[in-house]
Design a binder for this molecule. Structure first.
Ligand code: ADP
Length: 636
C-alpha cells in the first residue's frame, strides 16, 4: 500500500509509554547519553551495511561514504544525527521504533518502576536506546531510506507523548537514516558545537566510523587493541573502557594481548572494579565485541567467554576469520573456538599472576566477582587454574574477611592428613559454635568455612585438589581423626567412668534411642565433642544438612537423611543425666532432656521446622531452674 503524502497514526506500545514517561520525567543529569544512543544506533546501522556489502548484497547508493554526520541549528534549536547506514523500511520502522526489542530496556523499566531506583544513577549503565532522544526533544522526525533499492523512503514523527505518524516521503533521499530533533528549551545547548563535541568525545570517541560536525571529524577512531601496548597511554585505555562499559569507574585490570601463532588475534580485556550492581541483569548482557580485521562482526558475543568470566568486558579482533562469517556459524568455526579458549586461558593466567603478585588486588577481585567466578567449577579443561584461584575463609583465619587458597591450606596440613576438611553454615560465628567442629579444634586441623550455598557444589564437583579429597566435617572418619595429636593438652574435666557406669551410660544411650524412635538411626557416644553435650551426624559420605536444605529449596527430591545422635560423656549435663538414670531409668526428665538435645541440634543446623515444642520445654526448664535457684540461694 502506498500512502505517499498521507500519514498514518500509530499508538506506542504500553511498555514504550512507560519508558518514555520515566525518561521524560525523571532524568536531567544523564540526559546527554541520548547522543551516545543515537550515534551507537548509527554505528550499528553502518556495521550492518558493511556486513551486507561483504556478503555481496546489492546496495543502494553504493558509493556513499560510511559516516555519521551531526548538524545543528542553534537559532531554531534543532539537532540532526544522520548516517549512511542500512536504513529502515516501513515495516522495520514500525517493528523497531514502535516497540522495545532489547531485554536490557525492559529490565531498566522494571528496576526503576519496581524498586524505585534512581533512574539518574543507573541510566548511564544501560543502553536505553532510541527513546532517550525524548529526554531532550519535544519533536523528533526520522527520515530513513533502506539499502534495499525497492523500498521507498519513510518519515516517522512523534512528540513522544502517546503516538507517532508514519508516511512515505515524496522527495528522494539517499540511503541511511536522519534523525532531526527539535530540542526542548532547556536542552538548547545540544544545538551548540562545544556541547556536542564534548559529549561525543566523552561517550562516542571509539566509534569505528568517522563522526563529523561540519567538515571536522570529532572522534579519534582508533582500534587501540591493534596498536602495540607501548604506544597506548593509561588514559586511552581508561577512556576506551568507559566507552565500552558505560562504567564511570576505572577498571580494576586491563589485559592487552597480541597473539600471532598459531592463530592471530588481539584482545583488549577489562575487569571492572565493581561488579555490576544488578547482577541478575548482567547475565543476559555479557560478551566480548568480536572484530575481524577491524570490522565489528558482533557486539557482545557470548561464545568468546565462559559464563563464569562474564564480568570481563572487551574486544577481540582476528585476522584469521573470514569477514563474511555469519554469526550463526561462528560457534562451529575451529579458528573461533581456538580464539575463545585462548581468551579464557589469558584471563585465568592473568588472575593467577595477580593472586601471586598483588594479593590485595586479587582480594578486591574476589570480593566483587567471585559470585560469578565460582561458577567455573564446571570448566574441567581449566580445572587446575580454577582450583588455584578459588578462595575460602577458614578456621585458621583471624576473621571472616580473610581468605585462603587451597595451596595455602595444603601447605599447612599435618603430614598424615589426606583430606581437606570443610563445614557449611550461614556465617563464621555459627560455624565456630558448631559442635562438629570441636574435635578439629582439639586436633588443630584447619577447616574451610563455607558460607555460600555454591561452595559445597564446588567441592563436590571438583572433588580433589591435587591428590587431596574434600571431606565434610560432618562425615569425616573419626577413627582417622583420633590418630592426630591433640594441638594442646586438655585438662580433663571429668574422671573416667567406672566400669559399672560405662554400662549404665550405654543403656542410657539405648533409652535415648527409644525416646527418639525412628527419628535417628542410632544414639552413640561421641568422640568428636569436647564441650557440647550432643550433636547430630550423618553416616559417612552422605550429603550434609546444609546441602540438603539447598536441594530442598531448589525443589529437588532428597531422601530424608538418617541421622545419628552423638552424646558426649565428658559433659556436666550428661553426667547428671546418668545419675538420674541410675536412680530411675524411666524418669520423665530424661525424656525431656533427650527431646531438647535432639531439637537443639536440629535448630543449630537450621533444620528445625517447628520450634514450638522446643520453646515450651525451654520455658518449663527455666521455670524449674528458677525454683531451684531460689532454694539454693535461700530466697523466699
Ligand atoms: P537497540 O539499538 O538497542 O536495538 P533502539 O531503541 O536504540 O534499541 O533501536 C531500535 C532499533 O531501531 C534498532 O535495533 C535498529 O534496528 C533500529 N534503528 C535505530 N536507529 C537506527 C538507524 N540509525 N539506522 C537503522 N536502524 C536503526
Amino acid at each position: 500500500m502506498s500512502d505517499k503524502g498521507h500519514s498514518t497514526k500509530y499508538e506506542f506500545k504500553a511498555e514504550v509509554k512507560k519508558l518514555l514517561d520515566i525518561l521524560v520525567h525523571s532524568l536531567y543529569t544523564s540526559r546527554e547519553i541520548f547522543l551516545r544512543e543515537l550515534i551507537s544506533n548509527s554505528s550499528d546501522a553502518l556495521d550492518k551495511l558493511r556486513f551486507e556489502s561483504n556478503r555481496g548484497t546489492e546496495i543502494r547508493d553504493n558509493d556513499l561514504p560510511m559516516e555519521i554526520k551531526i548538524e545543528f541549528d542553534e537559532k531554531n534549536k534543532i539537532l540532526t544525527v544522520a548516517d549512511t547506514g542500512i536504513g529502515m523500511t516501513r515495516d522495520e520502522v514500525i517493528a523497531n521504533i514502535g516497540t522495545i526489542a532489547k531485554s536490557g530496556t525492559e529490565e531498566f523499566i522494571k528496576l526503576v518502576a519496581e524498586t524505585k531506583a534512581d533512574a539518574n544513577n543507573i541510566i548511564g549503565k544501560f543502553g536505553v536506546g532510541f527513546y532517550s532522544v525524548f529526554m531532550v526533544g519535544k519533536e523528533v522526525i526520522i527520515q530513513t531510506c533502506s539499502f534495499n533499492k525497492n523500498e521507498p523512503a519513510i518519515e516517522w514523527r512523534s512528540d513522544g507523548l502517546g503516538d507517532y505518524e508514519i508516511s512515505e516521503l515524496e522527495e528522494k533521499i539517499k540511503r541511511g537514516t536522519r534523525i532531526q530533533i527539535h530540542l526542548k528549551d532547556d536542552a538548547a545547548e545540544y544545538a551548540e558545537k562545544w556541547k556536542l563535541e564534548q559529549t561525543i568525545k566523552k561517550h562516542s570517541n571509539f566509534i569505528s566510523f568517522p563522526i563529523y560536525i561540519g567538515k571536522e571529524k570529532i572522534n579519534t577512531i582508533a582500534a587501540i587493541w591493534r596498536e602495540p601496548k607501548s604506544s597506548i597511554t593509561k588514559e586511552q585505555y581508561k577512556e576506551f573502557y568507559k566507552f565500552l562499559s558505560f562504567d564511570n569507574e576505572e577498571p580494576l585490570d586491563t589485559i592487552h594481548k597480541t597473539v600471532d601463532a598459531p592463530i592471530q588475534f588481539n584482545a583488549l580485556l577489562f575487569i571492572p572494579a565493581k561488579s555490576y550492581e544488578f547482577f541478575w541483569m548482567d547475565r543476559e548482557n555479557y560478551g566480548l565485541d568480536l572484530y575481524v580485521r577491524r570490522v565489528l562482526i558482533q557486539h557482545k558475543n557470548k561464545d568468546l567467554l565462559p559464563e563464569y568470566l562474564s564480568f570481563v568486558k572487551g574486544v577481540v579482533d582476528s585476522e584469521d576469520l573470514p569477514l563474511n562469517i555469519s554469526r550463526e556459524t561462528l560457534q562451529e568455526n575451529v579458528v573461533f573456538t581456538k580464539i575463545a579458549s585462548s581468551v579464557t586461558t589469558t584471563i585465568l593466567t592473568h588472575l593467577l599472576d595477580k593472586a601471586k603478585n598483588d594479593k590485595e588486588g586479587f582480594e578486591k577481585f574476589w570480593k566483587e566477582h567471585s559470585r560469578i567466578f565460582k561458577l567455573g567449577y564446571s570448566d574441567f579443561i581449566n580445572h587446575d587454574k580454577y582450583t588455584e584461584l578459588i578462595r575460602f575463609n577458614s578456621s585458621t583465619c583471624k576473621d571472616k574477611n580473610e581468605l585462603i587458597s587451597l595451596a595455602e591450606y595444603v601447605s599447612r596440613m599435618d603430614e598424615d592428613q589426606k583430606e581437606i576438611f570443610y563445614l557449611s553454615g550461614p556465617n563464621r560465628d555459627s560455624i565456630l559454635d558448631d559442635p562438629h567442629l570441636e574435635i578439629f579444634k582439639k586436633k588443630g586441623l584447619e577447616v574451610l568455612f563455607m558460607y555460600d550455598p555454591i561452595d559445597e557444589f564446588i567441592v563436590s564437583s571438583i572433588r580433589k585438589y591435587k591428590e587431596y579429597d574434600f571431606k565434610s566435617v560432618l562425615s569425616a572418619d573419626l577413627k582417622k581423626l583420633e590418630k592426630f595429636k591433640d594441638s594442646h593438652e586438655e585438662t580433663k574435666k571429668f574422671d573416667e567412668l567406672s566400669r559399672d557406669d560405662e554400662k549404665h551410660f550405654s543403656s542410657l544411650l539405648s533409652k535415648m534411642k527409644l525416646i527418639l524412635g525412628n527419628r535417628v538411626v542410632d544414639v552413640r557416644e561421641s568422640k568428636r565433642l569436647v564441650d557440647s553435650a550432643a550433636c547430630l551426624v550423618s553416616e559417612n559420605d552422605e550429603i550434609s544438612a546444609a546441602m540438603q536444605k539447598i536441594m530442598k529449596m531448589a525443589n529437588q527430591n532428597v531422601d530424608e537423611q538418617k541421622r545419628i545422635m552423638e552424646v558426649n560423656q565428658d559433659n556436666a549435663l550428661t553426667r547428671n543425666l546418668l545419675k538420674v538414670y541410675k536412680t530411675n531409668a524411666d524418669d520423665e526428665y530424661i525424656k525431656q532432656v533427650t527431646e531438647q538435645l535432639y531439637e537443639t541440634s536440629l535448630l543449630q543446623e537450621g533444620n528445625l521446622d517447628d520450634p514450638h515444642a522446643l520453646v515450651r520445654r525451654l520455658n518449663q526448664f527455666l521455670e524449674d531452674s528458677s525454683e531451684w535457684y531460689c532454694k539454693v540461694k535461700n530466697i523466699s
